[in-house]
Structures are given as C-alpha cells and as structure tokens.
Write a protein that binds this ligand. Structure first.
Ligand code: SF4
Length: 400
C-alpha cells in the first residue's frame, strides 16, 4: 500500500478526505488553531510493534477493511468479515486471534477456530448497530407469530453474516443458512428450494436488493417486519402472501447514502462510475453502475483503467485507502458528508497496544467466547453456507 496521498481532484470529497482546504457545504468553516497530533503516536506504534514481535506466531491479527490505518498497519491479513473468519480458522497454531473488527465477527472467529485458540476483541464496545437490530428474543417472538399462522413450515430463516452468534444459532436450529454479501443470491436460491418463503435477518437492504435485483422478485413480494410492532406490523394475509419477510434492520453507514448522493456526484463528476455495497438502500443500488461486496469493490477499483472516476458507496476508511492505493484513478466517497463506521472505529491504537501487551504478559483480555450449544447451532448454519455451490468470496453481481 502506498503511503502518500495523491489528491484525485479538487472536489469537496477530496478536501474532506485530505483534512485541508474547506468545504463550506459540509464543514461550516470549522478551523483547528493548534498543532494536530500525529495520526499514529510513534510511541504507541513502537509498543505495538514490540508486543507483536514478542508474541511472534502465537498471535494472528485480523484487520477488517473498515479499520483505521493506525490499526490496519498491524494486521497480518485484511478482509471482510467472512474472509477474516476463514483466515482465523486456517491458523490453528495461533494461540491468540486478535480481531480488529466488531463483536459479531469475533464471535464467528471463535465458532470457526479450535477450542485451544482464544479470540480477543481489543475494545468490547466495538459492536455493530445492524447486528444489534435483531435480538434473539425479538426473533423468537417473530417466529412464534409465524407459527401461530401455521407459516413456519414453509419459511426458511436466512441471516446475514452481520448478526450475533445466537441469531446464527437460531437459523441453524430452524434449518436455515448464513449468507454474506458475496453469496446472498446462492443462499436465497438454496432457501427457496427448501420452502416458499424466507425470513431474512437482519439487513432489509441486502435482502431486498438480492430478492429483487438478483432473483427477479417484485417489491410487492417483500414485506418489512418491524420487531417493535405486534406481528411485525403486518396482517396475517401480508405474511402469508410474502415470499420475502425482511427484518427491519439496516447498516447505519451504508444506509446513509441516498439517491441525492448519486445524482449529486454524477452532476459534479461527469462520467463517474458509481460503485456501491448491497447494504445500501434499494433506490441507491438501482441508480448505481456497479454493486458488490467490499472484496468486489476493491477488485473493481484495482482493475479499473487509469484515468477513470469512481464514486464509492461504502465505509470511508476503505474508500480513502483505495484512493491512496490507486492514484492513477479518481476515487472519491459517494456522499459529501463523512461516514465512518463509529463502532468499528472504536478499535484504535491504544486499545490494540493494550490487548497485545496484556497477551504478551500472559493475560488474556476481552476474550470473545460463544457457548458450545450456540456455537454448534451457528456452525450448522455456517456449514450450510459453506456447502452452497461455488461459495468463495466471489463477487455477486457487477455491472448494472
Ligand atoms: S459498517 Fe454497518 S454493518 Fe459493518 S460493522 Fe459498521 S454498522 Fe455494522
């Protein structure tokens, strides 16, 4: 990865990413009168380097694509949540897996690694607002509502990887499957071979986008289940007629992009390619030129011709690194407003240093464990996903 930032153009987004100049539309003239601290405290960098060296092969550090640079520099491997869980599983000799990501990812790593390995999340407050939108008691209650209507028999639960271990366990218990943004289509195709209806958790946008844009469903085939309302706010007839019951959950980062973001960037940058993640709203995905997982987004930008312009609708740390790594292309953030994943960004260098130094001193901190029963049930749903034909991190879709 290159270390120098080359400004793609004097757009408002570039100014925001650079942290210099001003963008009156978004920054409102805010100034910092003093000296800014170094982005990575050199003393903390030295401490992290020393602790990691002391641990050697006993530790394996995973870094999600949305992590900040000061953390990602210590990752042994970077990737999306699924790739990282598989990387952890492929390192049975690493005693400690330090997961620089969010809570549900560390849970998946614990499920997929051996009992001898310990998974550490440097800051326990690093959760995921989307995963938190589907709590097990809510999902159990929804299932009971479906049972009261005799609908569970033909309903297959499918959960996005971005869900807690107990939701994955619920899905495993009820004959369903886990999916990623890369294999959601294949997971749904499998589910519709098992039943006529899917309960999709917890991301309504990924579920809707896949059902409508990949499987050819109509929007009317999908209903939105609100866990805060009796029967999800739906009538018995609506639930019975639905082919896709979408849980009312969303990503607070990708859900921020709007149709205005797309129209605005097209107006500002003629010929720009709009590339978005399928966690974005349906109208945004429809208006985009390309859609796919974070791995797909990275590969698409890397393969793009020099001189091409890309407005990317995903987390800002990743977009910024893509812009740095591809100075021959104009890579910009899709929206004018900055949009980090605030929970992912809770993992910072001080927390990483603390976790590594504690491990080096023989103390395991912030260990993430999933109880054996839940892990077994979740593993059933994960194994079902791994058994889907062609399940690798293959891009799902591509050009629209
Ligand atoms: S980007 Fe969205 S889905 Fe990913 S961890 Fe953050 S809130 Fe959760």
């Amino acid at each position: 990865m290159t270390s120098t930032w080359v400004e793609p153009s004097a757009t408002a987004t570039a100014l925001l990413l650079l942290g210099r100049g001003s963008d009156p539309a978004t920054e409102r003239g805010v100034e910092c009168p003093g000296d800014l601290p170094a982005p990575s405290d050199p003393e903390l960098v030295a401490r992290a380097t020393a602790a990691k060296a002391q641990l050697g092969d006993r530790v394996f550090v995973l870094g999600h694509h949305y992590q900040r640079d000061e953390v990602i520099q210590f990752a042994d491997v970077t990737g999306d949540s699924f790739k990282l869980a598989r990387e952890a599983a492929a390192r049975p000799n690493a005693e400690y897996i330090v997961f620089c990501g969010v809570h549900f990812m560390a849970e998946s790593a614990d499920i997929l690694t051996t009992d001898q390995q310990q998974v550490v999340l440097p800051d326990l407050a690093a959760g995921c607002s989307m995963a938190d939108m589907a709590a097990l008691p809510q999902v159990e209650e929804a299932w009971e509502s479906l049972a009261d209507l005799d609908l569970t028999e033909g309903t297959v639960p499918v959960t996005y990887m971005n869900s807690s271990a107990d939701i994955k366990g619920f899905v495993g218990r009820h004959g369903g499957v886990v999916c990623t943004s890369s294999n959601a289509r294949r997971a749904l195709e499998w589910a519709y071979q098992q039943g006529q209806r899917v309960l999709f958790l917890p991301d309504q946008h990924l579920g809707r986008n896949t059902a409508v844009l990949e499987l050819g469903f109509s929007l009317d085939d999908c209903v939105l289940y609100d866990p805060h309302k009796p029967n999800g706010g739906l009538t018995a007839e609506q639930l019975r007629d639905a082919r896709m019951i979408l849980w009312r959950g969303h990503c607070s980062v990708h859900g921020r992009f709007t149709l205005d973001s797309v129209n605005d960037v097209r107006e500002r940058v003629p010929g720009v390619n709009v590339l978005v993640h399928p966690e974005c709203r349906h109208e945004v995905v429809r208006a985009a030129d390309f859609v796919g997982s974070t791995e797909y987004i990275i590969k698409t930008i890397e393969a793009a011709p020099a001189g091409s312009a890309w407005a990317v609708g995903t987390e800002l740390n990743l977009v910024r690194r893509l812009a740095l790594a591809n100075p021959d292309k104009q890579v910009m953030f899709l929206d004018r407003a900055v949009c980090y994943c605030s929970t992912m960004n809770r993992i910072d260098l001080p927390h990483l240093v603390w976790a590594l130094e504690e491990l080096a001193a023989g103390r395991v901190v912030n260990q993430i464990t999933v109880d054996a029963k839940t892990a077994h049930q979740a593993r059933t749903a994960l194994d079902q996903m791994l058994a889907l034909p062609g399940t690798e991190n293959r891009p799902p879709s591509g050009a629209r």
